[in-house]
Design a protein around this ligand. Structure first.
Ligand SMILES: CC(C)(COP(=O)(O)OP(=O)(O)OC[C@H]1O[C@@H](n2cnc3c(N)ncnc32)[C@H](O)[C@@H]1OP(=O)(O)O)[C@@H](O)C(=O)NCCC(=O)NCCS
Length: 283
């Protein structure tokens, strides 16, 4: 999706990829993964969802919302598993690139790994990592124990649009949010009409060389990514998520700071048909 990203991890049998990104200011790298409808042909849904995940998926009777939910879970699990794999002290035990097996056991081994933990949702809808070996060993446990369970060592943020799920895994305690939108004129128009922009955002819109729809969706995804990093989503005053500066830092890559949350940074990537933003702040 974003061609300059280096693929460090390609879990067989999926073509989906996970990449490691080092973000300035965060103590450890984050792990990004995406999943698309083709991945679900390789890894059947029921093979990697836990019973609770499946029950949630089943609440969407059929169609796109159900697939999007599933793709979000797949991307989230891939990102978490990649992060745990890269930092064995955080709890990984089972390699994500299982050895080739004549019986075609790769899919089964990967599915088993992904099924060993769950991504639920907290009270505000935020994704919560539960169970499995992604929990911290005692020396790394953060904060109090909860009902006998140690805190998870990794957190996750995810986003899904039609046919695509993306997720980022990060060290628990860091504040990270991810949002993705397909570039779509009607969606951009909704932002233009429905979202009061800050003076800084309006000024940037006048000078950026991006097409207006792309620029508006960049502003919107940056705001949503901040809402997710804060844990409120969009259930807050939208002005409180506004940007104060945005600059081009690479080919199709922008970085920004927020008006009311100066400790947060964001990075925004412009793809051929999508815009994605990641907001983050050190603990
Ligand atoms: C969080 C929110 C911004 C998601 O927006 P979206 O663009 O529709 O959906 P995305 O695919 O990008 O993200 C969905 C994921 O965000 C995550 N999420 C939901 N609420 C969250 C929160 N408060 N904090 C962090 N992450 C959250 C979830 O993981 C969710 O996926 P899941 O339900 O499959 O686990 C939005 O649902 C929200 O704010 N809801 C709060 C209620 C509200 O004010 N709604 C008005 C919307 S106009």
């Amino acid at each position: 999706m974003f061609p300059d990203w280096q693929t460090l991890f390609a879990p067989r049998p999926l073509t989906g990829r996970a990449v490691r990104l080092q973000l300035a200011g965060l103590t450890s790298p984050v792990w990004f993964a995406s999943a698309n409808a083709a991945d679900l042909m390789e890894l059947p849904v029921d093979s990697f969802l836990t019973t609770a995940d499946s029950t949630r998926a089943g609440a969407f009777k059929f169609g796109q919302p159900r697939e999007n939910f599933t793709l979000g879970r797949l991307a989230g699990k891939l990102a978490l598993a990649a992060g745990a794999e890269a930092a064995p002290a955080l709890g990984a035990s089972n390699p994500l690139n299982p050895a080739l097996s004549p019986g075609g056991g790769e899919a089964e081994a990967l599915a088993q790994r992904l099924r060993s933990f769950e991504i639920g949702n907290g009270e505000r809808g935020e994704p919560v990592v539960r169970a499995g070996d992604l929990q911290s060993p005692p020396s790394l446990a953060m904060g109090a124990t909860d009902g006998g369970c140690k805190s998870p060592a990794l957190g996750v943020s995810l986003s899904h649009v039609n046919g695509l799920g993306v997720a980022v895994a990060f060290a628990a305690g860091e504040r990270v949010g991810l949002d993705l939108e397909l570039i779509d004129d009607r969606r951009a128009e909704t932002v233009r009409k429905g979202v009061p922009l800050s003076a800084e955002e309006e000024a940037w819109l006048k000078v950026t060389s991006l097409p207006e729809a792309t620029a508006l969706l960049l502003l919107w995804t940056a705001r949503e990514s901040l809402g997710k990093a804060l844990g409120c989503g969009l259930a807050c005053k939208w002005e409180s998520l506004a940007l104060r500066e945005i600059e081009l830092t690479g080919d199709g890559v922008f970085s920004g700071r927020f008006l009311h949350q100066p400790q947060f940074h964001c990075v925004c990537w412009i793809g051929a048909d999508a815009v994605m933003s990641l907001a983050f702040a050190p603990p």
